[in-house]
Design a protein around this ligand. Structure first.
Ligand code: PZK
Length: 287
């Protein structure tokens, strides 16, 4: 019997379906967003790169934290996942000062309640990675919150467990990536609870869409860093003088090809697996 999928949610670049009471299907499209706008042009295989990277990290971090991945489908872009009760917390870890962390720091000297040393520059490495939770905004941007507010959402014990787990995951992946020339400036996790109340890592893990990937050989604190994956797209959009409101511009073929190559490069560097081998048999990333 062919299964019946029920569409349950759309993200900017992903779709979520119900398989049955216990399982969801997460499908990564080839859509790309920049400056928060989804562009009309797709990047071929982007969804497969992100799906393969997530599956790679899930396989390698199972002993740090169980995760929701049940099966990687042969198309390489969809995964069957355990259906969980999601925590209403965006779990962000920052190793470097960028994005909203940098904005908070400039205004207040702190971010999510972490008082930081004086004199830090944009993109500086932090003395140690910090857990900076935020709210799950239903519209607009997530808002950084401090530990007390996050404890109000999930309780103290769960908060302590999530913080400890998120920091361990970040330490593991950021060290692995840095050895391969990619700095993971920050990353966002989503966790859920299984029927027994066990903490489970969900969503995607250490992809360029859930993290800031910077090329290590171009790292130069004191300003914004080039994005490992999206820099060609950003540069092209800036060159047009587009006002960053929808609709976004179509991308020319050379920008598409260059961007696809960067996604594939990130995949191959981080996994040590040739991308064509993933396409031939997606399970290679989990072995
Ligand atoms: C879940 N999202 C966000 C992601 C979308 C929306 N394992 C899970 N169990 C229950 N719920 C979710 C997950 C996961 N992952 C994730 N919303 C619900 C989301 C991708 C596309 F449209």
């Amino acid at each position: 019997m062919p299964e019946t999928l029920t569409h349950v949610a759309s993200g900017k670049v992903r779709e979520l379906f119900t398989i049955d009471d216990e399982r969801l299907l997460l499908l990564a499209s080839d859509r790309i967003s920049t400056f928060d706008v989804v562009l009309p042009t797709e990047i071929p295989d982007k969804g497969r790169v992100l799906t393969g990277l997530s599956a790679f990290w899930f396989a390698r971090t199972r002993d740090l934290c169980p995760n929701h991945l049940l099966a990687l489908r042969p198309d390489g872009r969809s995964t069957e996942c355990r259906r969980l009760e999601m925590l209403q917390l965006e779990c962000v870890v920052r190793g470097y000062l960028a994005g909203s962390g940098w904005k908070d720091y400039q205004r207040t000297g702190a971010t999510s309640g972490h008082e930081l040393p004086e004199g830090l520059r944009e993109s500086d490495r932090l003395p140690e990675p910090i857990f900076t939770p935020s709210t799950k905004a239903t519209s607009g941007h997530d808002e950084n919150i401090d530990a007390e507010q996050a404890i109000g959402l999930v309780g103290r014990e769960r908060y302590d467990q999530v913080e400890r787990t998120a920091l361990e995951l970040y330490r593991y992946a950021s060290e692995h990536a840095a050895e391969r020339g990619i700095l993971i400036a920050d990353t966002k996790f989503e966790f859920g609870l299984d029927r027994d109340g066990a903490l489970v890592l969900a969503d995607e893990a250490f992809t360029p869409d859930s993290s800031r990937f910077w090329p290590a050989d171009e790292y130069e604190p004191g300003g914004t860093q080039p994005s490992f994956d999206k820099q060609f797209v950003r540069d092209y959009c800036e060159s047009l003088g587009w006002d960053k409101t929808p609709p976004g511009p179509e991308l020319p073929n050379d920008v598409v090809a260059g961007t696809r190559a960067r996604y594939v490069e990130a995949f191959e560097r981080l996994t040590g697996i040739v991308f064509d081998d993933y396409l031939a048999d997606p399970e290679v990333v989990t072995r």
